[in-house]
Design a protein around this ligand. Structure first.
Ligand SMILES: Cc1cc2nc3c(=O)[nH]c(=O)nc-3n(C[C@H](O)[C@H](O)[C@H](O)COP(=O)(O)O)c2cc1C
Length: 166
């Protein structure tokens, strides 16, 4: 988990001018994404939602929930196969981090950034014998509610289910 988080949003270098460079590119190094993990079956981690802290390389528990597998599949238009993943990465965006600098073009580059992040998850999973599948089919309101984010200043934009390849 630690490797996958680092490979998708980890900090590679911190400049003296207050911005951080990560393991993925980002337009203007704005990094308008947050990474949440929906943990379904990972040794040492209780089921529930966690948020990644890139600077500390740590996880914050958002909330624990034994029934999270059914809830995430259901918010993804009943894609029940997702319930058998070990973890579902859920990326949200806080658009203002990009908008203050790029205006309307912010929305294009946020989506491009998200594509890079998910591509790195594919590559990192491949490197450790795991697998992943991108997911963009989900109910916006239900998924935002599941993450307990407001859907306005912060909203979900992309997911990926991952686990060991059997
Ligand atoms: C932006 C995007 C959204 C996707 N959303 C879903 C999804 O909601 N459910 C799903 O099962 N697969 C989803 N996929 C996976 C595609 O169905 C899959 O990549 C495609 O069928 C090609 O298969 P491959 O990745 O094995 O080459 C998505 C892929 C991308 C890039």
């Amino acid at each position: 988990m630690s490797f996958l988080l680092w490979a998708t949003q980890g900090i590679r270098e911190q400049s003296g001018r207050g911005h951080a460079l990560r393991t993925v590119p980002s337009a203007g190094a704005r990094h308008a994404l947050e990474t949440y993990l929906c943990i379904l079956g990972v040794e040492g981690l209780a089921r529930g939602f966690y948020r990644y802290l890139p600077l500390e390389q740590q996880l914050v528990v958002e909330y624990r929930d034994e029934n999270v597998a059914g809830k995430i599949a259901s918010a993804a238009f009943e894609q029940n196969w997702m319930s058998s993943a070990a973890v579902v990465f859920v990326w949200s965006t806080i658009p203002y981090r990009m908008e203050w600098r790029y205006g309307l073009a912010a929305h294009k580059v946020i989506l491009l950034d998200a594509g890079h992040v998910c591509q790195n998850l594919y590559l990192a999973c491949e490197a450790i014998g795991a697998g992943t599948c991108a997911v963009a089919a989900y109910d916006q309101e239900l998924m935002d509610q599941l993450l307990r984010i407001d859907g306005k200043d912060e909203c979900v934009i992309y997911l990926a289910a991952a686990g060991k390849v059997s």
